[in-house]
Design a binder for this molecule. Structure first.
Ligand SMILES: [Zn+2]
Length: 164
């Protein structure tokens, strides 16, 4: 009787006790199974210029001038109101109370020509016009001949790129 009980304990140990000694199975994260072929890569995002071209459109009188003393007075010395050299003739004079130095403008002439200019000069005529609430731009050209030939536009459309 005694030996039978011992046998029971022995079997019990063999059947259950031994499990405690075995290493527990490691936990493994489930492996993702892809259904179907891998998806095509997303197209690269388009790079867009996030600076919108903000401008206002006004009507202006547009004339031209050259760096001569006839156009710029006896003290003309080849330097604009903003301190630029007069060449390479990409500048325009404006009333800087109305349109600040360095502002880019597009002047649309009736024949379809678009003059892309930057305000870098000023003049008495422009300031006088602005006192009356009118815009006047004076486009700088290399020669007095060209300035005269340019003539006067009274109602030219002008885009002023000064909006933020
Ligand atoms: Zn001139």
């Amino acid at each position: 009787m005694g030996s039978l009980a011992m046998l029971g304990i022995y079997i019990g140990h063999k059947l259950y006790g031994s499990f405690a000694d075995e290493p527990k199975p490691e936990y493994r994260a489930p492996v993702a199974v892809h259904a179907g072929p891998p998806k095509a890569e997303k197209p690269a995002p388009k790079i867009v210029d996030e600076t919108p071209l903000l401008y206002r459109t006004i009507k202006a009188k547009v004339t031209a001038y050259c760096p001569c003393t006839g156009c710029c007075g006896p003290n003309a010395r080849g330097i604009t109101g903003s301190g630029d050299a007069v060449a390479p003739y990409d500048g325009v004079a404006a009333a800087t109370d109305a349109v600040k130095y360095r502002t880019k403008i597009d002047i649309f002439l009736p024949d379809g020509t678009v003059l892309k200019k930057e305000v870098d000069d000023t003049g008495g005529d422009m300031r006088k016009a602005w006192k009356e609430g009118k815009y006047h731009f004076d486009v700088r050209v290399p020669s007095h001949e060209q300035a005269k030939k340019f003539g006067v536009y009274h109602d030219a459309e002008v885009r002023i790129y000064d909006k933020k």
